[in-house]
Write a protein that binds this ligand. Structure first.
Ligand code: BG6
Length: 332
């Protein structure tokens, strides 16, 4: 499941729920002076953790051990309620765009560790990964009558990037295709939402979830936040940046197979209405969700779909004008 240099640990998380922790500790060195050895120990601690409940990433830490994802202090960790924060997986339905429960059922099912996975075509050579699988159950067939295999790989890239790859296969034996929508519902941790801007979605069309999913065109500059926002941007570029001025950090989202991007912040009123979310926590989170919504995916039996997102967090001195946000978007 992972290289020897990358310790993976299966342990019990909140309320005894199983979670897998992947940690990378790096950077010790020794130097000889005239009289003695000097040892340097840099303890760089980065990694992620995934709950089997939901196949849900709940933590992603950088080299300094700083948490990059938001998880609510009021998150319940009580199945079947999905965990509030981290990266819930929305499948086979995004939000209420269909007859199923909100965001589908994958985020509140128990996934398994995938010990028997077929070759995983990926351009990453990362050995620091965890493979999970969710299969159709008899119970779920009653609400969504399809047989599928959903393989999720969560990997840590060489620079500490967090990479999620989903492979969904139609294993129906009745010859029937199935159709689904999908999102990586990522909650990013930000210092102060009013100091944050999202680059890469300007001038695009979007469906406004707050106005009966009506279609509009985004005007002007980058997206900033001063009230509730819940929009599905359509046909978005493969790269989106979240600039956190106060924290001097930029998140870059790279995606493949996921044309849409949802941007969501509940703001104060909706925050108060959510039992598993602190009243003021909306200030410290932002969801930017790589998704396939407008054009649902259809798979015939035997066919497989692949959707991938790669997240990086880079220090930025955007405040002092040294970082050109265009470079973040257009650079490699
Ligand atoms: C977002 C939707 O993806 O998720 C919002 O666009 C929704 O409309 C939000 O409110 C949270 O959903 P839930 O089911 O986790 O409360």
């Amino acid at each position: 499941m992972s290289s020897e240099r990358v310790p993976v640990e299966l342990s019990q998380g909140v309320n005894g729920l199983d979670k897998i922790i992947l940690r990378e500790t790096r950077g010790s060195s020794a130097e000889k002076s005239n009289f003695f050895f000097i040892f340097y120990l840099f303890l760089l601690l980065r990694g992620f953790q995934v709950y089997l409940f939901g196949g849900h990433v709940t933590s992603w830490k950088n080299d300094h051990g700083e948490e990059l994802l938001f998880v609510s202090s009021k998150a319940l960790f009580k199945p079947p309620k999905a965990i509030r924060g981290g990266i819930p997986i929305c499948f086979p339905q995004f939000s209420n765009h269909g007859p199923l429960e909100q965001h589908g059922f994958a985020r509140n099912r128990f996934w398994s560790i995938d010990t028997d996975r077929p070759a995983f075509p990926t351009n990453s050579s990362s050995k620091a990964h965890i493979d999970l699988i969710l299969r159709s159950s008899e119970e779920d067939m009653k609400i969504w009558p399809h047989s599928y295999e959903f393989r999720l790989r969560v990997a840590l890239g060489p620079g500490g990037d967090l990479m999620l790859t989903s492979r969904i296969r139609n294993t129906n034996t009745d010859g029937k295709p199935f159709t689904f929508t999908f999102a990586y519902h990522t909650y990013f941790s930000v210092s102060d939402i009013s100091e944050v801007r999202v680059e890469g979605l300007e001038t695009l069309d979007y469906l406004d979830n707050l106005q009966n999913k009506e279609r509009f065109t985004e005007q002007g500059d980058a997206i900033t936040f001063e009230t509730e926002l819940d929009k599905i941007y359509l046909s978005t570029p493969t790269k989106i940046a979240i600039l956190d001025h106060e924290k001097k950090r930029t998140f870059v989202i790279r995606k493949d197979g996921l044309p849409d991007a949802v941007v969501w912040n509940p703001w104060d009123k909706k925050a108060k209405a959510m039992a598993d979310f602190g009243d003021d926590e909306y200030k410290h989170m932002l969801c930017v969700e790589a998704a396939a919504i407008e054009k649902p995916i259809t798979l015939k039996p035997g066919e497989e779909w692949r959707g991938r997102q790669e997240l990086s967090a880079v220090p930025s001195s955007y405040c002092s004008g040294q970082l050109d946000p265009q470079k973040v978007l257009l650079g490699s």
